[in-house]
Design a protein around this ligand. Structure first.
Ligand SMILES: [Zn+2]
Length: 109
């Protein structure tokens, strides 16, 4: 399997808050590592493998050199290990809140 040319550590690792937002996006695979990401304020194009383009055409990535939510959405759909791991961390983070809500709902019933 091809490795995306993204150094996750160089961009500060996977940001969990951004990953959470990326889960709300829709990513359509349009080619090898290429995604059309919709569902946000604007549509964006992500290209994980070629070096001739920026990975994503959004401001977060172009100007702030961040791993944006669109890239995360694409990596998630590629099953990228680091992003899938981060998904587990994100889940553990929200789990106590989910549990509280479920218990509250059960008591109310
Ligand atoms: Zn982006």
């Amino acid at each position: 399997m091809k490795e995306p040319k993204i150094d996750i550590d160089a961009v500060g690792g996977v940001d969990l808050e951004r990953l959470g937002r990326s889960l709300l996006l829709h990513g359509e695979r349009v080619g090898d590592g290429r995604y059309h990401v919709t569902g946000g304020e604007h549509d964006h194009w992500v290209d994980l493998y070629t070096t001739s383009h920026p990975r994503c055409d959004c401001g977060d990535h172009l100007w702030r050199e961040q791993m944006c939510k669109h890239i995360l959405a694409a990596l998630l759909r590629e099953g990228h290990d680091r992003v899938v791991d981060a998904l587990g961390r994100l889940f553990r983070q929200v789990q106590p809140e989910v549990k509280r809500r479920t218990e509250r709902a059960t008591r109310a019933a």
